[in-house]
Design a protein around this ligand. Structure first.
Ligand code: DAH
Length: 360
């Protein structure tokens, strides 16, 4: 009895003074754990004589009830306190502005946006998208496109070459998307109608040139394709891309080894205080090169020039992006400056579509 009284006092003291659930649990284990004093007392009832048990059993069981009730009460008390403390610290200020989710903050780079826009326009006219590698052979980048060895047009491309291979040939970073014309003609049977957007490289850098830039090539090969088709396609493209009802275009004679005749295309515009407007004004702005695919190129790609003919064009994507969205300098396109990006980039879920508006 004496012993139980002291143990009970001890245990109740520990329960009362427990400041958290761990301390309370320690007090419970001391009394009612596997080896707790009260558990042992309950166990010892079994080995008592019936008379002795009759006396001791109510005492020990009452003790157990008291302590169990005390622990439960303290537990509830601690729980309430913990909840109160959490509620006090975890306040939500509903007047604060909502922070944008990461998916909302991401932006689409203007080049990706413009590639999506022009793909939507040409897809609507029935063009498929073709792609090729950035690292090309000299053969596909130049020779098969009718650039003879040593021809000055090769030098004009400021090519980045890789070290020569043991056989003397050199890979290069493609200087234009035109080698994918070759790849397409070698693998597809006409009629061919593809556009080829992609990265291109030349050793050149100033306000309107970066060593890596983007082009979109177009290629149409069929039996009766002619310059009239090309003109219509380019006009329709420019109207849709610049989102104007009319554009005036000027086709000037030019030279490319892989086309005959070759043309350069300007669009009419008005420059006013750093702003450019299309479909009006007195200025002309060059936007692309084009022409009828040279019979030598068709032949080099296994097509008979007496059976097939076609046209092609190559346009600077960065150039038309700058014109449409009014960026004065090309270099920041590739500097990954978040301030520039957040100003000029596009919201990821605003897909350009012809129905929904390209730059909506
Ligand atoms: N590849 C030419 C360049 O980068 C552009 C070009 C001109 C592509 C005429 C063509 C074309 O397909 O027909 O300067």
């Amino acid at each position: 009895m004496e012993v139980f009284t002291l143990l009970e006092i001890d245990t109740r003291y520990a329960i009362e003074n427990a400041t958290d659930e761990a301390a309370l649990e320690a007090a419970r284990i001391g009394a009612l754990g596997k080896n707790g004093w009260l558990t042992n007392a309950l166990k010892s009832l079994g080995s008592m004589s019936p008379d002795e048990r009759k006396i001791q059993s109510p005492i020990v069981n009452a003790l157990k009830e008291r302590i169990t009730a005390e622990i439960a009460a303290k537990k509830a008390d601690l729980g309430d306190k913990a909840l109160d403390a959490r509620l006090n610290t975890e306040t939500v200020d509903v007047t604060l502005p909502v922070r944008e989710a990461p998916a909302e903050m991401g932006r689409v780079h203007p080049i990706s946006q413009v590639i999506d826009e022009l793909t939507a326009i040409f897809a609507d006219m029935g063009f498929a998208v073709a792609e090729g590698p950035d690292i090309e052979t000299d053969d596909y980048n130049f020779t098969k496109l009718n650039f003879p060895e040593g021809h000055p047009a090769r030098e004009m491309h400021d090519t980045f070459y890789f070290n020569p291979k043991p056989d003397g040939s050199r890979m290069l970073l493609r200087t234009h998307t035109s080698p994918v014309q070759v790849r397409t003609m070698l693998t597809q049977k006409p009629p061919i109608r593809v556009i080829i957007p992609g990265r291109t490289y030349r050793s050149d850098s100033d306000q309107t040139h970066t060593p890596m830039f983007h082009q979109v090539e177009g290629l149409v090969i069929d039996k009766g394709s002619h310059l009239g088709h090309l003109k219509w396609i380019l006009e329709e493209f420019c109207k849709a891309f610049f989102e104007v009802d009319a554009v005036k275009m000027r086709f000037r004679p030019s030279f490319f080894p892989f086309t005959e005749p070759s043309l350069e295309v300007d669009i009419q515009c008005r420059r006013d205080k750093g702003e450019i407007r299309f479909g009006e004004g007195e200025d002309w702005l060059e936007i692309l090169g084009c022409g009828m695919v040279h019979p030598n190129v068709l032949r080099n790609c296994g097509l008979d020039p007496n059976e097939y003919q076609g046209f092609a064009w190559g346009m600077g994507i960065d150039r038309i992006a700058m014109l449409k969205y009014g960026m004065p300098d090309l270099r920041p396109f590739f500097e990954a400056d978040v301030r520039w990006l957040s100003h000029y980039s596009f919201r990821p879920l605003d897909f350009p579509t012809l129905a929904g508006g390209l730059s909506a």
